[in-house]
Design a protein around this ligand. Structure first.
Ligand SMILES: NC(=O)c1ccc[n+]([C@@H]2O[C@H](COP(=O)([O-])OP(=O)(O)OC[C@H]3O[C@@H](n4cnc5c(N)ncnc54)[C@H](O)[C@@H]3O)[C@@H](O)[C@H]2O)c1
Length: 267
């Protein structure tokens, strides 16, 4: 790999996700002067970048174009990018559900297309990011992997349809976990614990347990068994989760809904 960062990066839509990515890359050496952000109302505009509220003819051909808009905004943006010279550009899309064939027909004049599915932990350099690219992006394969591994970890998918599943797992997943932490706090509160203390205990417990699971050679399922003493408190709670496979069914149903929605967003 000859270089790490693209020489010029055009970002269309710099909200939560693209903003967090940029901050991570700036901290690791990306030159803000090489970045142009097009966004009518960007979040925490990074210092030193060029900011435009709409596509202008003055934008020169970017090496990379990062799409950070919501999937529903794609038709609006497509008409604007039609005027740009993208014949040498790699398009990197984080849009949930929108497949490469749809991106290719929306932006036919782009040289190559890659898709990514990061998650919100990208803001602290701990996203697991799925990558999928058309063959035309082969020259940038190593660079893509290095740039997203820098913000956590990155893994290629061999089949694009798996993007829907990754979106339902690790893309949306932080929200599931945040809800679970919230439910733990509320549960303790309902049993009589002060609300702020219950929230602190719930969050600290999840943080320690996630780190333990990450470091342990044992699977999460095995670790759960180690917490549960026979006839003890944990088993009493797990019995509630396990009755009719209630927890597994609920999670599987929620993830299936997310994956279905991802497919719908692409249609
Ligand atoms: N939020 C997540 O956890 C997450 C995770 C993985 C992937 N994604 C994907 O990332 C994308 C962005 O999500 P987000 O949470 O950062 O959204 P966001 O709403 O925070 O950011 C979208 C940005 O697009 C801008 N925008 C709207 N219309 C525009 C236009 N016409 N031209 C230029 N900019 C425009 C908005 O001002 C906003 O700053 C989505 O496609 C989503 O599917 C999000």
């Amino acid at each position: 790999m000859s270089k790490l960062f693209p020489q010029s990066l055009l970002v269309i839509g710099s909200g939560n996700m693209a903003g967090a990515m940029l901050r991570g890359w700036f901290a690791r050496g990306l030159d803000p002067a090489s970045v142009t952000i097009v966004d009518p109302s960007p979040r925490d505009l990074p210092e030193g970048v060029r900011h435009l509220t709409a596509i202008e003819a003055s934008i020169s051909a970017p090496e990379w174009l990062l799409l950070g808009i919501k999937p529903q905004m794609l038709p609006d943006v497509v008409s604007q990018v039609a005027s740009l010279d993208l014949s040498e550009t790699l398009l990197v899309s984080m849009l949930a559900g929108i497949e490469i064939t749809a991106l290719r027909s929306a932006v036919p004049h782009v040289r190559a297309i890659a898709r990514i599915m990061p998650n919100m932990a990208i803001g602290i350099g701990q996203s697991v990011t799925a990558l999928f690219a058309e063959a035309l992006a082969q020259p940038e394969q190593e660079q893509l992997e290095a740039l997203f591994a820098m913000l956590g970890s990155a893994e290629w998918l061999t089949d694009e349809s798996q993007m829907h599943l990754v979106t339902a797992l690790s893309g949306s997943g932080p929200a599931y976990l945040f809800r679970f932490i919230d439910a733990l706090g509320k549960g303790a509160q309902a049993l009589g614990m002060p609300a702020d203390q219950a929230s602190r205990f719930a969050l600290a417990m999840v943080r320690g347990s996630a780190e333990l699971a990450y470091q342990s050679p044992e699977s999460p399922a095995q670790l759960a068994e180690r917490v549960a003493s026979p006839g003890g408190t944990t088993r009493a709670a797990l019995n509630v989760f396990d009755a009719d496979d209630a927890l597994e069914r609920l999670v599987a149903e929620a993830m299936a809904a997310a994956a279905r929605r991802s497919v719908e967003l692409g249609q």
